[in-house]
Design a protein around this ligand. Structure first.
Ligand SMILES: Cc1cc2nc3c(=O)[nH]c(=O)nc-3n(C[C@H](O)[C@H](O)[C@H](O)COP(=O)(O)O)c2cc1C
Length: 348
């Protein structure tokens, strides 16, 4: 296959993704709290991809400011990612509506049907995360316009199942119903192509964009990414199933080592009758409060939370968003160009 026909093939494979997002490239920059603000989001969108503002840590006024500032920096489409359990979720959805955000991503747990409806009523297209096939079906019944399936290789909050397994379970059943984007562990274009060939319409990448030149993350945070290998990005350790820990994939550091000791100490105090069960659980949950901000903004990569996916090993230098997207597309096109032309099926 020639390079030109390989590019046409790529555009054919992700056409539904391009149409759904309104972009040149069906690659979403996954929202990352403290990281995905106006600069990174507009840079991804201006480079032909789809930037997504992470509203996780924002109140409605702050979100309104960020959306307006992003609109100043790009005329291209971008989305807003809202965390479903945010206490002001309804108001955040309304802010998206007032500022005519085209796409709302509902993340962090299965969104209630009422939230999906409210988001759709703003006129936005609604994208939801599907952690399993049953959830995917339910979300589509509830009105989700598109799905993201995200495997355990991803950075940040994770589920237990690998991207490749989710793709095999969910794509054959759902791809014909709604556009499905694949996320988790994607660092190169060849991998994106393989999921497009399975029926996905595009990809979502987070880790790969952290070291974008336009990304505001502290230099220490970026250097930690550049130094790290895939095996350094590990899920949080839970020492006792009676005290569950929300699994987050991050670079192992002093903070993650202290977290293990901290859990042992809290559980010892619980067993000694010094703490109630609920108090112990809350202490464990609060350990990481503010830790992502500390790492991303203050540069404390020793005790902060350096959330990163396994694709961190493929982050080797700081690069502009446009270069990252061009690299991914070139790899995808080269992979397709290497495929044998599809033989005509015999007529039976
Ligand atoms: C530092 C960091 C912060 C993240 N924060 C969020 C978030 O606030 N909301 C969300 O839905 N996903 C969040 N994610 C997940 C990304 O949006 C994206 O889905 C994920 O990074 C894709 O997998 P990858 O890291 O293997 O590329 C975060 C990921 C990272 C690395």
């Amino acid at each position: 296959m020639t390079i030109t026909s390989a590019r046409e093939r790529l555009d054919g494979l992700w056409r539904r993704g391009l149409e759904f997002l309104g972009t040149d490239v069906a690659i979403m920059g996954g929202a990352m709290s403290w990281i995905s603000e106006r600069h990174l989001v507009s840079a991804i969108s201006n480079a032909g991809g789809f930037g997504v503002i992470a509203a996780g840590s924002m109140d409605p006024d702050r979100l309104a400011t960020e959306i307006a500032a992003t609109q100043e920096l790009t005329a291209r489409p971008f989305g807003v990612n809202l965390i479903t359990m945010h206490p002001q979720l309804d108001r955040l959805i309304d802010v998206c509506g007032e500022l005519q955000v085209g796409h709302i991503v509902l993340a962090g747990g299965l969104p209630p049907t009422t939230a999906i409806k409210r988001a759709k009523d703003t006129g936005a297209k609604v994208i939801c995360f599907a952690p399993a096939l049953v959830a995917a079906k339910k979300l589509v019944r509830s009105g989700a316009d598109a799905l993201v399936i995200e495997g355990t290789e991803a950075g940040g909050h994770i589920g237990p199942v690998a991207t490749g397994v989710l793709a095999q379970e969910i794509l054959p059943a759902m791809a014909a119903l709604v556009p499905v984007f694949v996320a988790g562990g994607l660092g190169r274009g060849e991998a994106i192509v393989s999921y497009l060939e399975m029926g996905a319409v595009g990809a979502q990448l987070g880790t790969r964009f952290v070291c974008a030149t336009e990304c505001v993350a502290h230099q220490n945070f970026k250097k930690a990414f550049i130094r790290a290998a895939a095996r350094d990005a590990v899920p949080t350790v839970q020492v006792d199933p009676a005290f569950p820990v929300i699994p987050v994939r991050a670079l192992a550091n002093e903070g993650s080592r202290r977290f293990v000791e901290f859990q042992h100490e809290v559980i010892r105090r619980f067993r000694a009758g010094e703490l109630e069960n609920k108090e112990a659980q809350l202490e464990i949950e609060h350990f990481w409060a503010g830790a992502l901000r500390r790492a991303v903004i203050d540069g404390d990569v020793e005790t902060g939370s350096v959330m990163a996916g396994q694709s961190v090993g493929m982050v080797t230098r700081e690069q502009p968003c446009a270069e990252i997207l061009t690299e991914l597309v070139d790899q995808a096109v080269t992979a397709l160009a290497g495929r044998l032309p599809t033989p005509a099926l015999p007529v039976s």
